[in-house]
Design a protein around this ligand. Structure first.
Ligand code: NA7
Length: 531
């Protein structure tokens, strides 16, 4: 029986994943509709417009590789692109490939139910219902903000903003009393960008993070020309690498090399700047003693910069191994704490008690404030999916299936939810990688799978429950060989009260993961039940 579908595929999200899906599936002859609740494309880079927002992966690598013309013609101005430039790039891509005509902006997908009789998804987007054979969630890993449930927040008379949901209009800090709550990447970037503007800046820190220098700088034409001349090979190397980043990897153990060699390698990477630091020695993320060597190296750099020894010690991370929470990449963060108009407040032992109409009450002190910036992070990796009512073949909700933590096959699909595919989902290595490398791989794999189904007249693809169980086990097993599970990180759901604790990313690396996905495809999509 022929069943009506409005589209072959509905894609949720018009960030870098959703846009590339649209382009690829459209070229394969599919009718595609993309929905996004934002009023423009760009996803993460649309919402995270807080001061100082910048990518922690270098612009020449944090960019699409699928179009030779695009990668040759687009010119990045800095080694690390700031949010406005990345958003411009996203808009450029949308226009260049004529994507906007198939994207409905300002349209939130609230529910989607699989219709087993028609092998299709019925999707409620905005006020309308559409039917599509496939539903692809390109909702992002860090797109649902996490806001502590402070009493009194609604009564605050000043301005309060979350970094991940920043207003369009510029926020004025000059001459004001400002607080930043949270010292992850977003907090560190905000603090560094605004320091000096407020009359007084109070930083509320619960857990210090490891932050390494970015060494950001303008990109000159010659450097761009050189990288672009070797793009094809470079991109292929990144696809086959561990993290999708062009970092130094010595294939040696920190504990086994002479001290001078260890010191020289870390000095070199410190001077170079960026995220490569934990990957230089192969035991850093596996052996606590090796890790401690690198951790202490960073603490020494903090002590060198921060004048007040008590403040320096408060800023020194000790609660988790280096690299087991995403490193922060900064430009002058620790220097900020040498300013007279900046105060660091430790809230670990004595948490923020409440928000008062005029500020924050903590440790028996009342902080009078005009602006509070909440840089308190995200309900990462599952938050955006779980807030949509996604009902599978037997009517069960995805968030209920995932009540004990997400279950996926390859991070790409979940048993019980036929014809639903996830881009950069839990169980994939995406959040540990250069996201662009992961996005392209996921999109191309999903597009290949849909081609395979169409060529064979198949209308239904579902992850097999047993294959999924084995994959989840494998993800956990690989993680257990590393130090990652030792951190109370958003990778493990530990940053959101009540969220199930489960280490979600696949730590095997993007190159290995690609090989696994390719082998599954070559084997007739082993682990999927097709009909
Ligand atoms: P993160 O890295 O999750 O950082 C959130 C910060 O907010 C972190 O320092 C938290 O401390 C802090 N936080 C959260 N809740 C509270 C409460 N209740 N009180 C005090 N402090 C709190 O989010 P970001 O947005 O900075 O970065 C997310 C990713 O974006 C990043 O990893 C990069 O990949 C880009 P905690 O550590 O939980 O003690």
């Amino acid at each position: 029986m022929a069943v009506r579908t409005d589209y072959d595929a509905v894609v949720i999200g018009a960030g870098f994943s959703g846009m590339y899906l649209l382009k690829t599936l459209r070229e394969n002859g599919l009718r595609v509709r993309v929905f996004d609740r934002a009023h423009d494309v760009g996803g993460t880079w649309y919402w995270n417009r807080y001061p100082g927002a910048r990518c922690d992966v270098e612009s020449l690598y944090y960019s699409y590789s699928f179009s030779e013309e695009l990668q040759q013609e687009w010119r990045w101005t800095e080694r690390y692109a700031a949010q406005p430039e990345i958003l411009d790039y996203a808009r450029h891509v949308a226009d260049r490939f004529d994507l906007r005509r198939d994207i409905s902006l300002g349209t939130e997908v609230r529910s989607a139910a699989f219709d087993p009789a028609g092998d299709r998804w019925l999707v409620r987007a905005g006020g309308a219902e559409v039917a599509a054979r496939f539903l692809i969630a390109a909702v992002g890993c860090l797109s649902t903000t996490s806001m502590p449930d402070y009493p009194g927040l609604a009564d605050f008379r000043g301005e309060a903003h979350h970094t991940g949901d920043w207003p369009d209009e510029p926020v004025e800090f000059t001459g004001k009393r400002v607080a930043v709550v949270g010292t992850g990447s977003s907090g560190i970037q905000t603090i560094t960008a605004i320091a000096g503007e407020p009359e007084h800046l109070t930083v509320f820190q619960r857990t210090p993070n490891f932050s390494v220098p970015a060494r950001n700088r303008p990109l000159d034409d010659e450097e761009q020309r050189q990288v672009k001349a070797g793009y094809a090979r470079l991109r292929e190397t990144l696809r086959r690498s561990f993290s999708g980043l062009p970092t130094e990897r010595l294939e040696r153990n920190a504990l086994e090399v002479p001290r001078e060699e260890f010191q020289a390698a870390l000095d070199r990477n410190w001077r170079r700047g960026g995220l490569g630091f934990p990957g230089v020695f192969q035991d850093t993320l596996a052996d606590p003693a090796a890790n401690e060597l690198s951790a202490e190296y960073v603490r020494e750099r903090i002590r060198e910069v921060v004048d007040d020894p008590r403040t320096a010690e408060l800023l020194c991370p000790r609660d988790f191994p280096l690299g087991t929470k995403r490193l922060c990449v900064d430009t002058g963060y620790y220097e900020v704490f040498n300013r007279d108009d900046v105060e660091l407040v430790d809230v670990r032992e004595r948490p923020i008690e409440r928000i008062t109409p005029s500020g924050i009450r903590q440790g028996g002190r009342d902080f009078e404030l005009d602006v509070i910036v909440f840089a308190t992070g995200f309900d990462a990796m599952t938050g955006a999916l779980n807030r949509i009512d996604i009902r599978g073949a037997d009517g069960r909700l995805l968030r209920e299936e995932w009540a004990e933590g997400p279950r996926t096959y390859l991070g790409l699909a979940s048993a019980g939810f036929p014809n639903l595919f996830l881009v950069t989902g839990p169980g994939s290595p995406s959040v540990l990688s250069n996201m662009m490398v992961s996005i392209e791989q996921h999109v191309e794999w999903i597009a290949g799978h849909l081609r395979y189904l169409r060529d064979r007249g198949l209308t239904r693809s579902e992850a097999d429950a047993e294959a999924q169980r084995r994959w989840d086990e494998h993800v956990a097993e690989v993680a257990s060989l590393t130090l990652f599970p030792r951190a109370a990180s958003w990778y493990a759901g530990a940053n959101v009260p009540g969220k199930p604790r489960l280490f979600m990313p696949y730590v095997g690396g993007v190159g290995t993961y690609r090989e696994i996905c390719d082998a599954v495809a070559a084997d007739g999509y082993r682990g999927f039940v097709l009909s």
